[in-house]
Design a binder for this molecule. Structure first.
Ligand code: ATP
Ligand code: MN
Length: 469
């Protein structure tokens, strides 16, 4: 480390501040200068002149003035590295100089008088060629670190009260905007650090424009929700919806694996026409996050687990209302269905679809095969229809649905899927398919729960806590 920047480096903890590390650099032909507005403990301007490979620096509490009658106190501080010349951002509170730094002016300068070795001089004149500061100036040494910065009478005056300019010469941002920007940036990198292993590519990619939701926000959501979500997703064959270019771009259904990552399993199974197809499944949260990294944001699962593929254990009834049907009618439908399931002694759980409806989910013992399972679900839908023919239909055709609710039992078929509990939906507002308590049915709309709300709800009692019990 060089003597000149020793003080600069000693004052700073580079693990905490984003300021550049002090290194001596070769000066360029033209000497450069910069002024930084620094909102630290005390509001001031840092005036820096390139000299012998570093930036000679003064803190000017009141900032420079074009009025040659003004004598602005300038306190010489430690030399700064040349790379500091373009620094703009925040220095963490508690660190040296903690606060916001805005690049306020930059340009080149030329000495007009001889400068003695390392500024051990009484006074010197110089010309500034910046965007805001121009013309001839003088720095007069008083005693110790105290100097005065004074404008020469050369008729160059660009502004009457130059310190009234409150924006960055580099980015046009105000102090407030710089601080805000830094906050969101460090939030992102904090998220990136916490989500183990996976370097997330394109973390700032905007997936939803309004409200703005980035890929990293979605990764973060799944990271937070993984423990709660996995029991319903792990070791079940899945299909996902990929959305690599955001909601404006194309979406892709994914049923087969392209890259096998840690935490993901693959299974070759026979489909209905006896052909072999390889499906995939998540084994743990690492697999979940790696799928999200591959831009699979919406997860749909089978009703059986890979260790007992032919013995389904999760039955799903999806209540799909006719478009014009009022929400209270839909809720009535959910209650009617629950009544029937209760009578059949089938314990059931409720979740929002994250779309237009609700899903009623019934955990089952791994005992019956797909054919019987499907027939059982069909019978429940037929019962609903028989009991209240004006309200419900078990017929998948859109026509049959007019003014009614379609009790979708068909997804209880081998190789059919339903959106997984806690999966986000690639629909307006990025809602979550959210498990809720039965008592919440009248309070929570099908597409109401956001990622933030879902995370908040983790603090509450798990509404599906006894699902597998
Ligand atoms: P809504 O409440 O809006 O009706 P939903 O989840 O009930 O939402 P859809 O999203 O329309 O219904 O899905 C209909 C069916 O298509 C579901 O069985 C679902 O699992 C299936 N599906 C959706 N996306 C995929 C996919 N990527 N791969 C396979 N099946 C999918
Ligand atoms: Mn539905």
């Amino acid at each position: 480390m060089t003597e000149k920047l020793k003080k600069y480096n000693a004052k700073r903890n580079f693990a905490k501040t984003k300021e550049p590390m002090g290194k001596i650099e070769k000066s360029t032909k033209k000497l450069r200068f910069c002024v930084q507005h620094h909102l630290a403990r005390k509001d001031h301007f840092d005036f820096r002149l390139e000299w012998n490979g570093t930036l000679k620096s003064w803190a000017v509490p009141k900032g420079p003035s074009y009025n040659s009658k003004d004598r602005r106190l300038a306190i010489m501080v430690e030399d700064h590295p040349l790379s500091y010349r373009t620094f703009e951002g925040t220095i963490p509170q508690g660190e040296y100089g903690g606060g916001t730094v805005m690049l306020w002016d930059e340009g080149t300068w030329e000495p007009l008088t001889k400068i003695s070795k390392n500024f051990q001089t009484e006074a010197f004149k110089f010309v500034l060629k910046g965007k805001r500061l121009q013309g001839a100036w003088t720095l007069i040494h008083l005693e110790e670190d105290n100097w005065l910065l004074i404008k020469e009478k050369d008729n160059v005056s660009l502004f009457t009260d130059i310190t009234k300019i409150k924006t960055s010469i580099k980015t046009g941002r105000t102090m407030e905007e710089i601080a805000k920007h830094q906050k969101t940036k460090s939030k992102t990198s904090k998220k990136n650090n916490i989500v183990e292993n996976i370097t997330i590519t394109n973390p700032d990619k905007v997936i939803f424009a309004r409200p703005k939701i980035t890929k990293m926000d979605i990764v973060w959501y799944y990271h937070k929700i993984a423990k709660r979500m996995l029991p319903y997703v792990e070791n079940r064959l899945i299909s996902t919806i990929r959305c690599p270019d955001g909601m404006q771009g194309e979406k892709f259904f994914k049923k087969h694996l392209e890259n096998k990552n840690a935490g993901i399993g693959q299974k070759l199974i026979k489909n209905e026409t006896n052909e072999k197809e390889d499906y995939y499944y998540l084994i743990n949260s690492e697999g979940l996050i790696s799928e999200v990294q591959m831009n699979s944001f919406e997860f749909h699962t089978w009703g059986s687990k890979v260790d007992a593929l032919e013995k389904p254990d999760v039955m799903v009834f999806d209540l799909d209302p006719d478009e014009k049907l009022a929400l209270d009618k839909l809720r009535e439908g959910v209650k009617d269905l629950k009544k029937i399931l209760d009578k059949l002694n089938l314990k059931s759980y409720l979740k929002t679809s994250g779309g237009k409806g609700y899903h009623v989910v019934v955990p089952m013992k791994k005992q019956i095969n797909w054919e019987d399972f499907r027939e059982m679900a069909h019978n429940v839908a037929l019962l609903m229809e028989a009991k209240w023919p004006e309200k419900y239909t078990s017929n998948i055709r859109k026509k049959a649905r007019r003014g009614k609710i379609f009790i979708d039992w068909v997804r209880n078929t081998r190789s059919a899927t339903s959106v997984a509990p806690y999966s986000i939906r690639l629909r307006s507002g990025c809602p979550v398919s959210m498990p809720i308590r039965w008592s919440e049915l009248d309070k929570v709309k099908p597409n109401e729960i956001t990622m933030a709300e879902a995370i908040k709800r983790l603090k509450r009692k798990d509404p599906w806590a006894d699902f597998y019990k």
